[in-house]
Every structure is written in C-alpha cells, then in structure tokens.
Design a protein around this ligand. Sequence first.
Ligand code: IMP
Ligand code: MG
Length: 176
Amino acid sequence: MTNRLRPLISAGRIRKRVAELARQISEDHRGAKLTLIIVLKGATVFAADLMRRIDTPFVIDFVRASSYGKAARSSGNVVLGDETPRLDIAGHDVILVEDIVDSGLTITALVEALDKLEPASLDVCALLHKHVEGARPAAIRYKGFDIPDQFVVGYGMDYAERYRNLPGVYRLTLDG
Ligand code: IMP
Ligand code: MG
C-alpha cells in the first residue's frame, strides 16, 4: 500500500486567500474585543498565517475537539476538551478557526458549547469546506476554499499525524 499525494491548492493560492480573509476579519471587527479560538491540532498552521495578517488587536485561545470513529471522518460523537467551558469569551467577538469543515459535526458541537459562554458574536473561519452529499450546510462566515469530497492533507492537516508540514493542500489516496 502506498500513499499517493496529488496537489489540490498551492501554497501561493493559500497565501493570497489567507490575506483576504484576514483583511475581511480585520474590517469586520475593528474596535471590538476580538478572540480567535483555534481548533487543535489541524488549524494551527492556518491560524499562524491568518493571525499575522490581521491588523486589529485580538487575543487567542485553543480548544481540542475529537471524534470517535474512522480516522478520516467524524462520527456522531464529538468530544470537546475540558478547557472549553472555561474560555473567557463573554462579550467578545469570537471567531472559531478551523482547518476543514466536512460533515459539520465538529464545528456544530463547538458553536453550541461556545454559545453558552455568551460571546457578543460567534463566527466560523475555515480554510476548507468539503462538499459532502447529504450534509447539512454549515454557516461559515469566513471561508477559504470549497473542495470536493476527498481526503486532504497538508498545511496543518494530517493523516495519522503525517503530512502536516506540507506547504500546500494535497489529496491523499491510498493505492495498492
Ligand atoms: P467534521 O466534524 O466531519 O466536519 O470534520 C471536521 C474535522 O475532521 C476536522 O477538524 C478535521 O480534523 C477532520 N477532517 C475532516 N476531513 C478531513 C480531511 O480531508 N483531512 C484531514 N482531516 C479532516
Ligand atoms: Mg480538526
């Protein structure tokens, strides 16, 4: 069995789109108390680039989210880190920064949990939105790219913890 990588989104295209998203976020939240909540681990690379292009003050925090089931797709069971209910976001404009929205289960669970902490606003920023047949449409205010229903790696995203270091996004297929 060999893993095969095919380029999907180049590092250059990502850089350009990330700058646009950061400009939009900066304009929308100027003068507000802005908090970026970064979803571990896959969104770290995206968030590191995004935050360096945001030119209005903000703070960051992190949440863990995982789901039991196949490595490549969320099951119905999303488990949030126990830091989640202690995040200090009441009255803040909150942006959840995620690598990829697939079924939408992870982001929905996070939005529900964070909403209880009474932020002034709560939006999602996702680098990728995967189009899955039958999935409920996710509300992603700041979206990088729409992609087809294929497994991707790189730019922070992994398969069994590998490939996070690739500078672009690649489709991964397991041949053999
Ligand atoms: P969802 O809950 O089905 O929307 O899945 C979202 C989470 O599953 C993301 O935070 C990723 O960690 C992971 N994920 C979904 N699709 C992919 C993929 O194609 N590559 C890598 N991780 C993925
Ligand atoms: Mg993730």
